[in-house]
Design a protein around this ligand. Structure first.
Ligand code: PLP
Length: 381
């Protein structure tokens, strides 16, 4: 894959290596957003079917990205909304605990904690910090803790602060064996790293769209496995009823929800501005291919990985390290304020999260961005 900077409008001279924070918008998505706004100048041109069509396209494209089918996919505004919906449909059934990772992103952590408090279950937090970041051991710790008393494991696809990969395949196998749900926050992977809900035996997965999916803010997408299909949504949108497409009959109240996961869509899911923007972005990702994006990031990040290893800065071994997010702990001797100033002066944008300096490139970055970063790190490590 070639560099794709010409499809974006990032400021010249800036090295924005921070997609885990927020992606820039594709020029083509920006145009779709403007078209969406312009449409409302003449609302009589907006037809009944337009209330559904773009969201349906989004679901179809997203389903291809995660190897699912579009009836299992729903639109919601955030990861917290998705987890609230899924957890609302999990009953304790004599289970006694749930599992999360230390430093899980707060939207997931608090959703799990709230469920445990309500259902008098223990929230077991797997140690992440003190294991010196050895992801192989952490993966095994998670697997060892899953048993028939476990209601669910709530976990991110890769650790959001350092890109360490959780072994979701083995975790999924153990969950199935023990009769517990696997709930995944895919925000930091979907679009940049293969996420196959069938292969990983995921029961529920939600992802915010404004990072690796190049979507607008306040849009997230959830996948529900069939075990949720008879569940209860958080709210009762008219759009989720089987008669919704016939506006003349809406008050012939229809007790049936649209097929499969259809009941879980947030009200007004088919945002006339955001859905065309998101659909455009998903189409572009499918054209690029997720594997090619991951390989592109791998190639970009290789010199940084080499540099870090030469300087004895720990990162996970390649099998357990995503290449689109690499976070590392700074040596004690590093002056963080000086490093921040140097990054700022050189217009390099990365993040500092939970003790890790997080570098997260995407297809608009080139080798110069990484060289610039290495030069600054070389001065400061
Ligand atoms: C792993 C992860 N999950 C979720 C979110 C966003 O959560 P929400 O959609 O609830 O705002 C982020 C944002 O940084 C994230 O990194």
């Amino acid at each position: 894959m070639e560099n794709q900077k010409n499809k974006f409008q990032l400021k010249e001279g800036v090295s924005y290596i921070n997609c885990a924070y927020m992606s820039p918008l594709l020029i083509s998505s920006e145009k779709e957003g403007i078209k969406g706004m312009e449409r409302k100048r003449n609302p009589f041109e907006i037809k009944q079917e337009d209330f559904f069509i773009e969201a349906e396209k989004v679901k179809e494209n997203y389903a291809k990205i995660i190897n699912s089918d579009s009836n299992s996919i729903t639109i919601c505004p955030s990861v917290s909304y998705g987890f609230a919906t899924a957890l609302n449909n999990i009953s304790p059934n004599n289970k006694k605990k749930a599992i999360v990772i230390e430093n899980e992103f707060p939207s997931g952590y608090f959703s799990a904690k709230n469920w445990c408090d309500k259902n008098e279950c223990k929230l077991l937090t797997i140690n992440f910090k003190d294991s010196d970041n050895k992801i192989e051991i952490i993966n095994q710790d998670i697997i060892n803790q899953i048993d028939e008393k476990t209601a669910f494991v709530l976990i991110s696809s890769v650790h959001w602060a350092n890109g360490a990969k959780f072994d979701l395949e083995k975790i999924g196998q153990k969950c199935k064996k023990s009769g517990c749900f696997l709930l995944v926050d895919g925000t930091q992977s979907i679009g940049a790293l293969e996420m196959d809900v069938q292969k990983l035996q995921i029961d529920f997965m939600v992802g915010a769209c404004y990072k690796w999916l190049f979507g607008p803010y306040s849009t997230a997408i959830s996948y529900y496995s069939p075990s949720f299909f008879n569940g209860k949504p958080l709210e009762e949108s008219w759009m989720n009823r089987t008669n919704a497409k016939d506006f003349s009959k809406l008050t012939e109240y229809d007790n049936n929800y649209t097929i499969d996961a259809g009941r879980f869509n947030v009200g007004e899911a088919n945002d006339f501005i955001k859905m065309p923007m998101l659909n455009n972005a998903l189409t572009q990702i499918l054209e690029w291919k997720v594997d090619a994006i991951q390989s592109y990031c791998h190639k970009l990040m290789s010199p940084l990985t080499e540099f870090l290893l030469e300087n004895e800065v720990h990162i996970a071994n390649e099998k357990f390290q995503a290449q689109h997010i690499i976070g590392f702990k700074l040596p004690n001797k590093t002056d963080f304020n000086q490093l921040s100033m140097d990054l700022q002066q050189n217009q390099i944008f990365v993040s500092y999260r939970s003790g890790f300096l997080r570098v997260s490139p995407n297809v608009y970055n080139d080798s110069q961005d990484i060289i610039k970063l290495i030069e600054v790190l070389n001065k400061n490590l």
